[in-house]
Design a protein around this ligand. Structure first.
Ligand code: FES
Ligand code: FES
Length: 169
């Protein structure tokens, strides 16, 4: 049998911006964006758990919005601006949200953390003074098997306040 590539497996060039750099990689039509980012783009900080949109581990920022990367195909990301946890810290190390997570023991194994940081980053941009209930509602889109989420709640509320928001009930 010849080593013919089946039509559905043919790889396509995908050009997108990943953590501030324009990059091009190749993806078969059904390759998930999460796999593309990890294996083609080398973003190993992005974690993959359930692979069907439930756990939130694979959450990234796509054009500024927190989205699951396991529920979209890589070829659909042509031209997108993607940020993964690798881009969150500044030149001087961890950003304020990451430092607050560390201070409040908001992680243990860290498997869920990159996705939660992506969601919390967008959340804090949209909600300058969130209530605890709003933070918990945002976190309900993520599964953490190690913590009870309370450290994350404290960390996110503290950052909102430090950035100038007051926070509600
Ligand atoms: S790996 Fe994407 S939501 Fe679980
Ligand atoms: S810190 Fe281990 S799954 Fe959340």
């Amino acid at each position: 049998m010849s080593a013919q590539v089946k039509k559905g497996d043919q790889r396509h060039a995908v050009t997108l911006t990943v953590n501030g750099r324009e990059r091009t990689g190749e993806a078969a039509p059904r390759m998930l964006l999460s796999d593309f980012l990890r294996h083609e783009m080398g973003c190993l900080g992005l974690h993959v758990g359930c692979e069907h949109g439930v756990c939130g581990a694979c959450t990234i920022l796509r054009d500024g919005r927190a989205e699951r990367s396991c529920t979209q195909y890589a070829v659909q990301a042509e031209g997108a601006d993607i940020r993964t946890v690798e881009s969150f810290s500044g030149e001087d190390g961890l950003n304020d949200l990451q430092r607050a997570f560390r201070r409040h023991h908001a992680l243990q194994c860290g498997f869920c953390t990159a996705g939660i940081l992506a969601s919390a980053t967008e959340f804090l941009e949209r909600n300058k003074a969130p209530s605890e209930a709003q933070v918990r509602d945002m976190l309900s889109g993520h599964i953490c098997r190690c913590t009870d989420y309370s450290g994350m709640v404290r960390a996110i509320l503290e950052v909102a306040q430090a950035r100038g928001g007051e926070g509600g009930e």
